[in-house]
Design a protein around this ligand. Sequence first.
Ligand code: NAP
Length: 280
Amino acid sequence: MSAFKLAGGKPSSPSSPIPTIVNQAASAMAINLLILAGTIEATLLAKEISDVGVNAVLSYAGRVERVKPQPLPKRIGGFGGVEGLCKYLEASAISHVIDATHPFAIKMSRNAVDACAHLKVPLLALSRPPWVAQKADLWKEVDSIAAAVGLLEMPMRRVMLALGRMHLSEFCAQPQHNYLLRLVDPPAFEISLPYFESIISRGPFTKEGDIALLQKYKIDLLVSKNSGGSGARSKIDAARYLGLPVIMINRPNLNRERKEVQSVSRALNWLFHGDKNLGV
Ligand code: NAP
C-alpha cells in the first residue's frame, strides 16, 4: 500500500461534503513538484509520487554515471547556484520543492532554502536521522574531513574510507596508510593515494557482507560520514561487531531554517495538506 494512502487516504465522513479523494485529486492537479534527489529517500518518494499521479521531476547532480531507472521524469546537472535555481523554478512553474538530498549535500540544500524563500515556493526537507553511537561503538567523532585526516596521523594502518570519491585527495596528507575505497563508479580521475585498493559497488550492503569485507582486507580502522538511515549503516554495524574503531564525520550545519520530516508518508502529507498537517 502506498505511504500516501496510509498517511492521507482517510475515508470521507458524513460531515465532509466532498469526498476526501476528490480533494486529494484536486490538490494533486495543482502540484508541480521538484524533488532534489540522489538518495534512497528520493527514490522511495518518487515511487509514491508516481503512484498518486502528481506532476514531478527528479533532479540529480550528475555525480554517478548510472542513475537508477525512476518512474518520474528527471533532469541532471547543477542549476547554477541560487540564481540558476530561481530561474529553473520559475521557468518550470514549480509549485513545491522537496529536498531529499544527502545530509552532506549542504550547498544544494542551502541553495534550495534561499531560492524557495526568495520565490515563496514551499520547501520541505525529507531527511534521515543521524546514527547515534551505541555502547559497543568505538567512535571518534569529528566535524570535518580535514579533522578526520588529522586523526590519521599515526603509523601505517589498513583504513577503509567509506566517503565516496569527492574528498579522497585530502587523504594524501596521510600517505602512509593502506586504504580500501568503496565507490559507486570507477573514479574518472587518477587517485593519488600511494597505497589503495578500490571496490566498485552500489550495494545494497549487509552487515554479514561487510563483516566479511572488513576481515578479508584486514581493516584496522573505518572512516565514515554520519549519513544516517539504513542503506549505508551495515559497515557501522560490522565495525561494532568486530570491535573496530570508526572515525565518524558529523554532519555539516545547514545554518538555515527549514521544515523537515523523516518519512515519505509525512512528506506526502505536507504536499497534499500543507504545514498544518506536518506533524513535526
Ligand atoms: P553539494 O556539495 O551540496 O552540491 C554541489 C553542487 O552540485 C550544488 O551547488 C548544485 O550545483 C549541484 N547539485 C547537488 N545536488 C543536486 C541535485 N540533486 N540536483 C541538481 N544539482 C545538484 O552536493 P554533493 O555533496 O556534491 O552531492 C551531490 C549529489 O550526490 C546530491 O544529489 C546528493 O544527494 C548526492 N549524494 C551525496 C553524498 C555526499 O556524501 N555528499 C552521498 C550520497 C549521495 P548548482 O549550484 O550549480 O545548482
